[in-house]
Design a protein around this ligand. Structure first.
Ligand SMILES: [Zn+2]
Length: 410
């Protein structure tokens, strides 16, 4: 009798403890299995330090340039959903890096400020660029820590740790995309269907693509060199193929991306912070973006990552098993948002197995630098070096890797 009472008491106590773990909020998660379909569900917010706002042990969610954490009583329901979604998935990403990968860098990261709906450009010397400098939409970025130099007036002095910024979503007519961002062509290509990107990227010079899709943007005349490079037959084929796809009825008329609502984008940005012990977050390259994509794909546990979400994203997904062979276009910083590097790294995982493959890819970063890393040279070399350290039988495994790289067209 007494034992039963103690058991009941223990249950009651543990039940209460569970409830005290944190309040629950609606977030977006993808269904299990092969589908990328999302659904909305209530999830607990872990490791909060505040009992009325998204201010936790590891992450603080703020609005724009603000300092205060987003309140649980936030009246804008969509904004509350974004805050909860980002907070939930960031803690999931941290848990993966700290407890699964055992990253010391992740464990040691100071509390990270997360900015939602921030449209300002990042300014290395001033944190936020002026409000009137071209506002940014439909993307996310991780920024390095920094501080304003001594000569900056006292009222503008600022000092910041590493942060993640999620830009507001804005529906942009596809035809206006070209001149808008730092990576005009790739960004706009993402709004189109994948086969077109693959086909065109494989076969043709980027200048030619610009001419076909954005004749006003590519103001320069088609240069002789381009014509020589491409060849007449190939060009005729391309124009026939591309004109079919550039038909306005075939393309999405608008492009939009609410980065704070896409779980894999949250994992991707957090991965940049963790990998920044070697891969500096100075700018986007095919190598540092591909590395962040790789770990985002592991966390999302899907073949296709960044898949569409009704009302929040109509961008084309990235395919971990993209079979496209290497082309010189894949080295261009403009190709940083494509999925080629991801598919190279995913092949490493397929060949070496998940456990060793993940260790090899993670260790490869120690031989890489954002400024100099190329896919065809430094990345492959780094993977082989990492295999020397991490593979069970490096000689045999490196032979397998050579074969895989050859199949990929290197
Ligand atoms: Zn990135």
């Amino acid at each position: 009798m007494k034992n039963k009472f103690i058991m009941a008491l223990a249950l009651l106590v543990s039940g209460t403890a569970l409830a005290e773990n944190g309040p629950q909020f609606t977030v977006l998660v993808r269904r299990d299995g092969r589908t990328t379909k999302p659904y909305y569900t209530k999830m607990e917010m872990p490791d909060l330090e505040s009992n009325n706002s998204f201010d936790g042990k590891y992450f603080k969610i703020v609005k724009g340039k603000g300092k205060e954490a987003v309140s649980f009583d936030e009246k804008d329901e969509k904004f509350l959903l974004k805050a909860a979604n980002v907070y939930y998935h960031l803690n999931k990403a941290r848990d993966y890096w700290v407890n699964k990968v055992k990253s010391e860098h992740a464990a040691a990261l100071p509390k990270i400020t997360i900015r939602l709906d921030i449209f300002n450009q990042f300014d290395e010397l001033g944190h936020f660029a002026n409000d009137n400098r071209a506002p940014q939409y439909n993307n996310a970025l991780s920024i390095p820590s920094g501080e304003t130099p001594a000569w900056v007036p006292a009222e503008k002095q600022d000092k910041w740790e590493k942060e993640i910024w999620f830009r507001p979503m804005k529906s942009i007519p596809a035809k206006e995309l070209a001149p808008s961002g730092p990576n005009p062509l790739t960004t706009s290509l993402l709004a189109m269907e994948r086969p077109l990107i693959n086909y065109t990227a494989n076969s043709f010079n980027q200048t030619l693509m610009e001419h076909m899709f954005y004749p006003t943007y590519a103001a320069r005349p088609l240069h002789e060199d381009v014509l020589r490079l491409v060849g007449t037959i190939a060009m005729t084929k391309a124009i026939i193929y591309a004109s079919r796809y550039s038909d306005p009825l075939f393309m999405d008329k608008y492009y939009y991306l609410e980065t704070a609502m896409i779980p894999e984008i949250v994992y991707h940005e957090y991965s940049h912070l963790v990998l920044s012990d070697h891969l500096q977050m100075s700018h986007s390259t095919p190598v540092n973006e591909g590395m962040a994509d790789y770990f985002a794909a592991i966390m999302s546990d899907k073949r296709k990552v960044y898949a569409k979400v009704k009302g929040y994203s109509n961008a084309a997904p990235k395919d971990t098993q993209n079979k496209r062979p290497y082309s010189h276009w894949d080295e261009s910083n403009r190709a940083a948002t494509a999925d080629f590097t991801l598919s190279v790294l995913w092949d490493v995982r397929e060949v070496l197995g998940e456990e060793i493959g993940d260790k090899v890819v993670y260790a490869a970063r120690t031989f890489l630098k954002t400024e100099t890393a190329t896919v065809s040279d430094s990345l492959l070399r780094s993977i082989l070096k990492a295999c020397d350290l991490q593979c069970e039988s490096p000689r045999k495994d490196k032979l397998k890797l050579y074969e895989t790289f050859a199949k990929k067209g290197f």
